[in-house]
Design a binder for this molecule. Structure first.
Ligand code: FAD
Ligand code: NAD
Length: 476
């Protein structure tokens, strides 16, 4: 049997499911094909983000931070709670429940918006008079769909490291690292990027000795240098993560219950013995089995589907969004591309501005930024003024007991327009949105300095940093 739709979306992650909903809102008949199955072999919408990415990792970050607070920080507030113990089974069950609620929520939204949902592996099979043909492989058969437009949103997969093949028993990727039922005594992580730092923080708080091996000699190169230096100091000295930079893994030996990780660094050959090893060296676009050639769609050298600034492939009517195309691998970027494509299909003029996409790393303290770093401005020869304000001087941060870090604003020396905002501190993930709005509205630091901010609030640090650009911070 074949069914015809205006739009067929392949992939039900944040890029795909949001594109499907927006296209349906705009009056198209829409189908979404998604292959994800959960640990119980049940279809589960929401892709990497909801199933094994953003959401479960943030649930575990919150739970592990609560555990750490109960262990070490409640007493300082005058809260005595006796012996604290870890119930990892409950922590994982809570995480799974949140995932179930949100993935079920996507299924509900599909029903509400009349998006036809198909479970199975989709592949393209050329073009007919009825539109582009999509074949869905399902248990016990296949279904054929035709779409006038196709939106490919098949996401990304873990980048493999040949020296450390993932088995999700001893050597883990994000799926395994989010589901360990025991706290490993020694956890090794390859890659000090976003995932390595977030998952390293979780398991360190729960009691593991965590060692992270990073190939590059620099820590978090995309982050503003001043922030990455301070973050490195806090994460290693205060939070106890052992992070080795310039460490190149050459071989991993499997013992009965442990692993010997061989690597080289500036001092020569090294060996790290761990009980579990996580691989977090980046993610690669996922185009496997899509049969892109049948519709004339190309991939670039790194495997990303080739698209222009508007997510159009070389074949009119075929679009691609999210992790499977160039740009940051972030859920909010995927979602906004999904919206922009659905709107373009409906004849609107939509696009996504990469220069104002916020980044967040959910360590404690959190790291968040938008716009340009100081090193980028210097490299381009752009003259700027900088204003910083420490959370240690902010009343709300003090009452939270979270005084590490600072807000830093970079503004054009000539026009005062804000060019970049960098935050290391509590709830940086929330605070950064004010900076995104400022950049989108082309605000100057003076604009922010003249806006009334609630007191006492963490956002006052943003206000003071704006005042500091002009050398007139009031509480410093
Ligand atoms: P995905 O979410 O990967 O979804 C793709 C979907 O397509 C999947 O369901 C897949 O099964 C399906 N699919 C693939 N091929 C086919 C096919 N042929 N037929 C049918 N279905 C198919 N980003 C953030 O912004 N914030 C975070 O805090 C964050 N945390 C993360 C934590 C971890 C541990 C990881 C791994 C990632 C995290 N990310 C985060 C990144 C974020 O998850 C991705 O950027 C986002 O999921 C990309 O969305 P997408 O729709 O492009 O792809
Ligand atoms: P990443 O690119 O952030 O970090 C990978 C790190 O591994 C880099 O520092 C890289 O230099 C290092 N590396 C690469 N090869 C190595 C090797 N052989 N040995 C040692 N180190 C090596 O990638 P990730 O942490 O895997 O995350 C993947 C993507 O998921 C990111 O692009 C990110 O956008 C997204 N993500 C976002 C969030 C968030 O927004 N909070 C959280 C998790 C993941």
């Amino acid at each position: 049997m074949t069914q015809q739709f205006d739009v067929v979306v392949i992939g039900g992650g944040p890029g795909g499911y949001i594109a499907a909903i927006r296209a349906a809102q705009l009056g198209s008949s829409v189908a979404c094909v998604d292959a994800w199955t959960d640990a119980n072999n049940k279809p589960s919408l929401g892709g990497t983000c909801l199933n094994v990415g953003c959401i479960p990792s943030k649930a575990m970050l919150e739970s592990s931070e609560n555990y750490e607070r109960a262990l070490h920080h409640f007493a300082e507030h005058g809260v005595r709670i006796g012996q604290v113990s870890l119930d990892l089974k409950q922590m994982l069950a809570r995480k799974d429940k949140i995932v179930d609620q949100l993935t079920g929520g996507v299924a509900y939204l599909f029903k509400k918006n009349k998006v036809a949902s198909f479970h199975g592996q989709g592949s393209l099979a050329g073009h007919t008079d009825a539109g582009f043909k999509v074949v869905i492989k399902q248990t016990g058969g296949e279904t054929i769909l035709h779409g006038r437009h196709i939106i490919i949103a098949t996401g990304s997969v873990v980048r493999p490291l040949p020296a450390a093949p993932v088995d999700n028993h001893l050597i883990l990727d994000n799926v395994g690292a989010l589901a360990m039922t025991e706290v490993p005594k020694r956890l090794g992580i390859i890659g000090a990027g976003v995932i390595g730092l977030e998952m390293g923080s979780v398991w360190k708080r729960l009691g593991s000795e965590v060692t992270i091996l990073e190939a590059l000699p620099a820590f978090l190169p995309p982050v503003d240098d001043q922030l990455s230096k301070e973050a490195f100091r806090i994460l290693t000295k205060d939070k106890g993560l052992a992070i080795h930079l310039g460490a190149k893994v050459t071989k991993v030996e499997r013992k009965a219950k442990a692993l010997k990780v061989h690597y080289t660094d500036a001092k020569g050959q090294q060996i790290l013995e761990v009980d579990r090893l996580m691989v977090a060296v980046g993610r690669a676009p996922n185009t496997e089995g899509l049969n892109l050639g049948s519709v004339g769609v190309n991939v670039e050298a790194h495997g990303f589907i080739e698209v222009d600034d508007h997510c159009r492939t070389a074949t009119p009517g075929i679009w691609a969004v999210g992790d499977v195309v160039r740009g940051p691998m972030l859920a909010h970027k995927a979602e906004e591309e999904g919206v922009a494509v659905a709107e373009q299909i409906a004849g609107q003029q939509s696009h996504v501005d990469f220069s104002t996409i916020p980044w967040v790393i959910y360590t404690a303290p959190e790291i968040a930024w938008v716009g340009q770093t100081e090193q980028q401005l210097k490299a381009q020869g752009i003259e700027y003024r900088s204003g910083s304000y420490p959370f240690a001087a902010n009343g709300r941060a003090k009452s939270l007991g979270e005084t590490r870090g600072f807000v830093k604003i970079l503004a054009c020396k000539r026009t005062d327009r804000i060019l970049g905002v960098h935050i290391l501190g509590p709830f940086a993930s929330e605070l950064i949105t004010e900076a995104v709005v400022a950049l989108e509205f082309r605000a100057s630091s003076e604009d922010i300095a003249r806006i009334v901010h609630a007191h006492p609030a963490l956002s006052e640090a943003f206000h003071e940093a704006a005042l500091a650009v002009d050398g007139r911070a009031l509480n410093m």
